[in-house]
Design a protein around this ligand. Sequence first.
Ligand code: GAR
Length: 212
Amino acid sequence: MSASGGLKIAVFASGRGSNVRALADAIQAGIISNSTLSLVVSNNSICGALEFARQRNIPALHISRSQFRTDGEFTASLLITLGNFGVNFIALAGYMKKLPVELVKAFKNRIVNIHPALLPEFGGKGMYGMNVHNAVIERGVKVSGATVHLVDEEYDTGPIVLQERVEVLPSDTPESLAEKVLHVEHRLYPKAISLFAMGKVHVRGKEIIIYE
Ligand code: GAR
């Protein structure tokens, strides 16, 4: 799969869609250069992410495992759809499902995710959205943040592309922390994907090298 003609990005999302918006805005503003938001996919037929995409005339599809008889048919449909839209890069933005292994393999080192904490802490199965911020506050740590990482076959274990820290104040609640981290996400995710768009990210096994 080549990205020499620029990134043709599919965003997979399940919820509110604020990161989809941040990415669409960054592409429009040229912060992510030479790239197109080709498709938004959601497992959730009624969600902010699909609604936003339709408002912006970005192709928006509801594709869910429950629409298919088998895992194989689901995966084949996803791969065909991504091919039809010429997608060569995938960004997960609050996508609450695990991607089929065949899809991860087909897009090796071409799928990123944003996680609302500093991985490898506060990651793994069940660690998504407010669960993450609740756990951070409960543990009493002083620093949290956001992580952009490559997606491998497991939850939240792929090589880290970028991270940014956020201070956790004694007065913070899970909600106030979520707000601060989300603000960082909206800047960090475009920045990370822009590095891919400029061909500055090189992956060697588990190691990521970013050429400045
Ligand atoms: C974001 O905070 C994202 O980091 C998180 O879900 C939220 C989606 O918000 N993702 C995870 O927790 C993945 N493990 P959005 O729908 O407004 O972009």
